[in-house]
Write a protein that binds this ligand. Structure first.
Ligand code: PEP
Length: 250
C-alpha cells in the first residue's frame, strides 16, 4: 500500500504574518491519526521561519524549485544543500508555471530533478498537458516525453526517492478539475510507463493529482486506484480547505 501525501503549493503568496497564522491553524487542526503525509511548499524566503515553526510537527517543509547545479555562479538559484540545511524535505520541479512562464525545458527540469536526488531532497516532479495538447489527443505523448526526460537522465530507481504530480495545465488555478476518471486514466498511464522500466518502483511511487483540488472534490479523486494524494495550489492557502483535503485521504 502506498501512503498518501498531500502537498500545499503556496506559490508567490503570503506575508510573514499570514504564514505564521496559516501554520498555526494547520498544526492545530491536522488529524495525525489519518494515513497521510502532509507538506507545504513555501516561497524560499519564508522557509527558515516555516521550518522553525513546523519543528516537531507532522508537517514537512518543501520548496517550489531547486537548482540544477550543486553550487557556484548561478545567480538567483538555491541549491539542494542549502535547502537541506534549512530542513527542507521536498522540492517541486517542473511546475507548469515554471515551464510556461519561465521557459523551463524538459532538460532543465531533469537536471533540477537529478540535483535534488543527489542532494537529498525529494523532488516532486510535475507533468501535465495544456488544453490544446489534450484537445489534439496528445496528453499521453506529452506526459511521456516529460517523464522520459527525467528517467533517461536520473534512472528509474531515482523514483524511489521522488514523487510525481500529474498536474494538467488546463486544470491549474482555473477551477476546472479533471474528473476522477480523467485523472485516473493519466495516473494509470504514468504508472504503466514506469512499470515498463521497473515493476517494483512503479508499485511504490506516489503519484499525486494537482489541478483545482478543493475540499469538495478531494475525496473522490483520492479514492482512485492510482491517485496517491494531491498537489494543492489555491486551496492550500485556506487552512480549513487544506485540512479538509488532507483528511479526505484514506
Ligand atoms: C498547483 O499549483 O500545482 C495547483 C494544482 O494549483 P491549483 O490547486 O490552484 O489549481
Amino acid at each position: 500500500m502506498r501512503r498518501a501525501l498531500v502537498v500545499g503549493n503556496w506559490k508567490m503568496n503570503g506575508t510573514r504574518d499570514s504564514v505564521r497564522q496559516l501554520l498555526a491553524d494547520l498544526k492545530a487542526g491536522l488529524d495525525v491519526g489519518k494515513p497521510v503525509d502532509v507538506a507545504v511548499c513555501a516561497p524560499f524566503v519564508f522557509i527558515p521561519e516555516v521550518a522553525e515553526q513546523l519543528k516537531g510537527s507532522a508537517i514537512a517543509v518543501g520548496s517550489q524549485n531547486v537548482a540544477d547545479q550543486k553550487s557556484g555562479a548561478f545567480t538567483g538559484e538555491i541549491s539542494p544543500a542549502m535547502l537541506v540545511e534549512f530542513g527542507v524535505r521536498y522540492a517541486i520541479v517542473g511546475h507548469s508555471e515554471r515551464r510556461a512562464v519561465y521557459g523551463e525545458t524538459d532538460a532543465l527540469v531533469a537536471a533540477r530533478y537529478a540535483q535534488a536526488i543527489e542532494g537529498g531532497v525529494i523532488p516532486i516532479l510535475c507533468v501535465g498537458e495544456t488544453l490544446e495538447q489534450r484537445e489534439s489527443g496528445d496528453t499521453f505523448k506529452v506526459v511521456k516525453e516529460q517523464l522520459d526526460a527525467v528517467l533517461d537522465k536520473a534512472g528509474v530507481q531515482s523514483l524511489g526517492k521522488a514523487v510525481i504530480a500529474y498536474a494538467p495545465v488546463w486544470a491549474i488555478g482555473t477551477g476546472k478539475t479533471a474528473t476522477s476518471q480523467q485523472a485516473q486514466e493519466v495516473h494509470e498511464f504514468i504508472r504503466g510507463e514506469i512499470r515498463k522500466r521497473d515493476a517494483a518502483v512503479a508499485e511504490k511511487v506516489q503519484i499525486l493529482y494537482g489541478g483545482s483540488v478543493k475540499a469538495d472534490n478531494a475525496a473522490e479523486l483520492f479514492a482512485m486506484a492510482d491517485i496517491d494524494g494531491g498537489l494543492i495550489g489555491g486551496a492550500s492557502l485556506d487552512p480549513k480547505a487544506f485540512l479538509t483535503i488532507c483528511h479526505a485521504v484514506g
